[in-house]
Design a protein. Sequence first.
Length: 322
Amino acid sequence: MRAGREQSSSPDCGYKPGLQVKFSHRQDHTATMRCLVFVLLVGAAFALDDDKIVGGYECQAHSQPHQVSLNSGYHFCGGSLVNENWVVSAAHCYKSRVEVRLGEHDIYMNEGTEQFIRSSRVIRHPKYSSYNINNDIMLIKLSEPATLNQYVQPVALPTKCAPAGTMCKVSGWGNTMSSVSGDQLQCLDLPILSTSDCENSYPGMITDAMFCAGYLEGGKDSCQGDSGGPVVCNGELQGVVSWGYGCAERDHPGVYAKVNLQYIFTLVKVLHVCRWLSVLTHLVLSPLTGLPLQRLAGDHHGQLLSLNLRSPSHSAAFLLSF
């Protein structure tokens, strides 16, 4: 089972299980080893060809302007621009610093449409679990606003959950080290599966923060390097590429993290996002004419922490340092 679908910097660091060969005595196995090496090389060629969106097609150039590539010297995950300052990706893609690449189609060609912006903060869902990949979602704050144009546009957040049977589009570059076709953004159209089909495919492993999409007969799926990328249904970001068993295998569809609006709004609409233990924020709280509760959020080693503040009965200024 592959716990996540991010791309490694080296094929040796991927999630596909390796093959160990043990010898119980020292005989000359030259002929046997030659045959074995040949079989392994042939098998590796087929396996590597799967390390991208499987059964999909090349997206029309810049037809997914919300799609971003997360780069740390190499493409390792995808993500989705949700406004000019924030990107949504998968929590298992976490790195403390990343470069967000927007406006891409061919990630190895300079097309004149790209924007490369460093992250200022990378914050995972506070209840993300690396044990069962639950709440596999995170937000990336850009160090400067993205310039919105025909090549770079945010995707809408969901107004409600999409029901089973809804056709959605998944996109990503997959393991671009394995195939030339992975250089261009790949797309795949696939349906959301019912909760029962999802749970039957992965007994005891599906939580309320997950859903399945794809084809039970196999043949089409997201794969390594697609992690964090968008699942867009009717123009809304419903999910994030998360994990699965193999790629495009029968009875093992892809598993996706639900887009958690409460988590996103807590950060995106917060008064100020600041770093824990280095907070020095000047807050001006208005009188109690509306909601009395203000929320300040920060992060500590990539985990969300929040502080609730209640306004006094008159205008006041507070200097917080903690």
